[in-house]
Design a protein around this ligand. Structure first.
Ligand code: NAD
Length: 499
């Protein structure tokens, strides 16, 4: 059995806590490796190493720091297939989707190569007689990130690329379900020229997360995962005086207006609802057709598309639409929620409950499910299912459809499909959700814009990547300088406006 490691001080290091978690091969249900779960002592030791290495890294000029990221991009492209293979093996997503996971992280690394421009600061010449004021953005010191299983390449890169570009050291606590790619990324960063100790990967569970929150040297914590854990980390991290940003769960609605191109809407829904087995925080999990006639037309188009989805292991390459879900527990939870939907009166128009894949009977594959006539009091509507299950909630009017999306506790992403610009503009303006698609089902902003939800989907003031990342990973220092000094004329005892 392969025993994975931590990555500390530039080397793979075996765990010493004696605690391990199983890393599964989701396609067969077999255990493929064991990952060590760090103790508080192991985490604290990594922080000491980071704190010792960080000042010298912060003193490297920003352009040279950016060159390390430039070289890292080259290495990511060189090893793209290797990374995607390792990612698919542990996560279960298809090979093309795994490449997309690496690619969307890589794009944020590319954006961070522009760090020197972002870190330039501000300057006011002659703010008073002989007085200049300038603000600089300085690194925080040691920073940390806690990431989810569903994007094991992209989300770590969204955090560590800006953190490192700004001159911080970064400790990554990835998901214990698919830790191999984060370890490979750390190795590649050092091959690209990053000094030892600036990126470290400490594998673990709640114990290492609590150790991050309790460690006084760590200045900031980024988290992406489920909402209950996001709330826990946000409140404890803030109470400890850290800078914290936490991104949580989702229930993304797509509104389909009567004038929408129904083929386009159905294709979009199938990709956004079932891609990656629905294990995306930007997946569409609720379709809201406006009017019964629209709903009937939509369901008619959806059923054959959902029925013909191809489910299989990543080794089948382009021949599969989605793979297994990540664990047996995830599969059981999805099927349990489907049962609640049936029991509570929703109409299961595509029933994937008896799905089984020949040769992979013990794998964590879940058939595609499509519900119609879902109502807002049902568990399948209220809960994030994180599986290949699409719920259809019929709305009588646009206003009713809008209110469903607005009243849901989550506010990560949403979309509207329409040919009417007026409706689309009204939707974009009024909706209380962070990322909005107009005839675009998964509106994940590109690297140079920011990514973040509203309501219970995000906690903290700043979004991920884009210009916000440079704010999150630096603090501002403002210097007021006087040359030559008028101080010899005597001290000043009161605040007064500059002359
Ligand atoms: P999760 O909350 O179970 O785990 C996320 C991280 O928290 C992991 O590193 C895990 O080890 C750690 N963790 C788990 N339990 C903990 C506990 N009790 N105390 C402290 N730390 C703990 O999430 P997941 O299942 O890995 O990921 C799926 C979730 O992430 C979904 O809810 C999805 O919507 C969300 N997600 C959100 C975004 C976003 O940007 N909003 C992006 C991706 C995923």
């Amino acid at each position: 059995m392969q025993e994975l490691t931590h990555y500390i001080d530039g080397a793979h290091v075996k765990g010493t806590s004696g605690r391990f978690a199983d890393v599964m091969y989701p396609a067969t249900g077999e255990v493929q490796a064991k990952v060590p779960l760090a103790s508080k002592d192991e985490l604290d030791r990594a922080v000491e190493i980071a704190a010792a290495a960080q000042p010298a890294w912060a003193a490297v000029n920003p352009q040279r720091r950016a060159r390390v990221l430039m070289a890292f991009v080259g290495l990511l492209n060189r090893d793209m297939d290797k990374l995607a293979e390792a990612l698919s093996r542990e996560h279960g997503k298809t090979f093309p989707d795994a490449k997309g996971d690496v690619q969307r992280g890589l794009e944020v690394v590319e954006y961070c190569i522009g760090a020197p421009q972002m870190l330039k600061g501000e300057y006011t010449d002659a703010a008073g007689p002989g007085i200049d004021i300038y603000s600089m953005r300085q690194a925080l010191g040691v920073t940390a990130g806690i990431t989810p299983f569903n994007f094991p390449a992209m989300i770590p890169m969204w955090m560590f690329a800006p953190a490192i570009a700004c001159g911080n050291a970064f400790i990554l606590k990835p998901s214990e379900r698919d830790p191999s790619v984060p370890l490979m990324l750390a190795e590649l960063l050092e091959e690209a020229g990053l000094p030892k100790g600036i990126i470290q990967v400490v594998n673990g569970d709640k114990e290492s997360v609590d150790a991050i929150l309790d460690n006084e040297v760590i200045q900031s914590v980024g988290f992406v995962g489920s909402t209950p854990i996001a709330e826990y980390i946000y409140s404890r991290g803030c109470a400890a005086g850290k800078r914290v940003q936490c991104f949580g769960g989702a229930k993304n609605h797509m509104i389909i207006m009567p004038d929408a191109d129904m083929d386009q809407a159905a294709d979009a829904l199938v990709g956004a609802g079932y891609g990656a087995a629905g294990e995306r925080c930007m997946a569409i999990s609720v379709a809201v057709p406006v009017g019964d006639e629209t709903a009937d037309r939509l369901i008619e188009k959806l059923i054959p598309r959902v029925e013909k989805l191809k489910v299989g292991p990543y080794t089948a390459g382009d021949d599969v639409d989605y793979g297994p879900v990540v664990t047996k527990a995830a599969k059981e939870n999805i099927l349990r929620l489907v049962e609640t939907g049936v029991d509570q009166g929703a109409k299961l128009v595509v029933d994937g409950r008896n799905f089984s894949l020949q040769g992979y009977e013990d794998g964590f594959f879940v058939g595609a499910h499509l519900f119609d006539h879902v109502t807002t009091d049902m568990d399948i509507y209220k809960t994030e299912i994180f599986g290949p299950v699409l719920s259809t909630v019929r709305a009588k009017t646009y206003e009713e459809a809008l209110s469903y999306a607005m009243d849901h506790e989550y506010g990560n992403g949403t979309a509207i499909f329409t040919r009417d610009g007026d409706t689309a503009r009204d939707f974009a303006s009024r909706i209380n959700i962070g990322m909005v698609g107009i005839n675009v089902p998964i509106p994940v902003p590109l690297a140079y814009h920011t990514f973040g939800g509203w309501k219970k989907s995000a906690f903290g003031d700043l979004n991920q990547h884009g210009p916000d990342a440079f704010k999150f990973y630096t603090r501002t220092k403002t210097v007021t300088a006087r040359w030559p000094s008028g101080l010899k004329e005597g001290g000043e005892f009161h605040f007064k406006p500059m002359d």
